[in-house]
Design a protein around this ligand. Structure first.
Ligand code: NAI
Length: 250
């Protein structure tokens, strides 16, 4: 239905969680998927289970030369990149008053700077080809302060990657390149479990704010990303799609 058979899609942070689920959705639709992750071993095992024309590559999104070399390597090997998903992300809990410079810098470097490096390097390649779709993974944290956890560095980064999509969409639209963001709500992944420290009280507090009263499964986010990557969304650019089980609806 999405007509993405044969397209090449790169997913940063694709070894697990939302990224891995997105890889499966795209591969099931016939795309050739490249899992780009700092955790190369897990990325490789995922590729084995995906089968088809998929590949794993090591990337550190905080290092622009690593991102650039992945773009060059994949473009070379697959004949071009059609879809690039800036999904890699980290979160660490700390009150702002106790937040160290190191945690602030580390979080911004992966979540905000890493997303910009991915978008810029992918777009340099895509603008030259005259087509492509980039998807930034934002969060409901871009719209509301995370609670009860304390995530100022994460929350501002996620607001930044949502706004980044709007700014870059205007710059790149005349070159045939689209960029959008998806903002997931509470999604059932390792990141969420570690943040909630598997605490039933925190989980209950989260779910009490979600009209659908459930966690989102990672493949539900993967399907939104696949839509944004495909020509089914050809007129959509500079948008943030909330996939949050209703969290921001009230
Ligand atoms: P996860 O922790 O399960 O996966 C994150 C992946 O990013 C891992 O495979 C990790 O190895 C990779 N990664 C970390 N640092 C990297 C780096 N420097 N370079 C390359 N790869 C790196 O996380 P999850 O939950 O799947 O999250 C994926 C994205 O979705 C993140 O951007 C997260 O902020 C966002 N998100 C998640 C939500 C949730 O409830 N799970 C809600 C809203 C947004």
């Amino acid at each position: 239905m999405l007509d993405i058979g044969g397209k090449c899609a790169v997913i940063t942070g694709g070894a697990q969680g939302i990224g891995a689920a997105t890889a499966r959705v795209l591969a099931d639709e016939g795309a050739r998927v490249v899992i780009a992750d700092i955790n190369y071993e897990t990325a490789q095992s995922l590729v084995k289970s995906l089968g088809g024309d998929s590949a794993a590559v090591r990337i550190d999104v905080t290092d622009s030369s690593s991102v650039r070399s992945v773009v060059e390597q994949v473009a070379d090997q697959f004949g071009g990149i059609d879809i690039w998903v800036n999904n890699a992300g980290i979160a660490e809990d700390s009150l702002a008053l106790d937040l160290t410079d190191e945690v602030w810098q580390r979080t911004l470097s992966v979540d905000l700077t890493g997303t910009f490096y991915g978008a810029r390097e992918a777009a340099r390649h895509m603008c030259e080809r005259g087509s492509g779709s980039i998807i930034n993974v934002s969060s409901i944290a871009a719209f509301r302060a995370s609670r009860p956890e304390h995530h100022v560095a994460y929350d501002v980064s996620k607001a930044g990657v949502a706004h980044m999509a709007k700014i870059l969409a205007a710059e790149w639209a005349p070159r045939g390149v689209r960029i959008n963001a998806v903002a997931p709500g509470y999604t059932n992944t390792e990141l969420l479990r570690s943040v909630g420290s598997a605490s039933p009280a925190i989980m209950e507090q989260w779910l009490s704010q979600v009209p659908q009263q459930r966690l989102i499964e990672p493949d539900e986010i993967g399907r939104v990303i696949a839509f944004l990557g495909s020509d089914a969304s050809s007129s959509v650019t500079g948008q943030v799609i909330l996939a949050d089980a209703g969290f921001t609806s009230w």
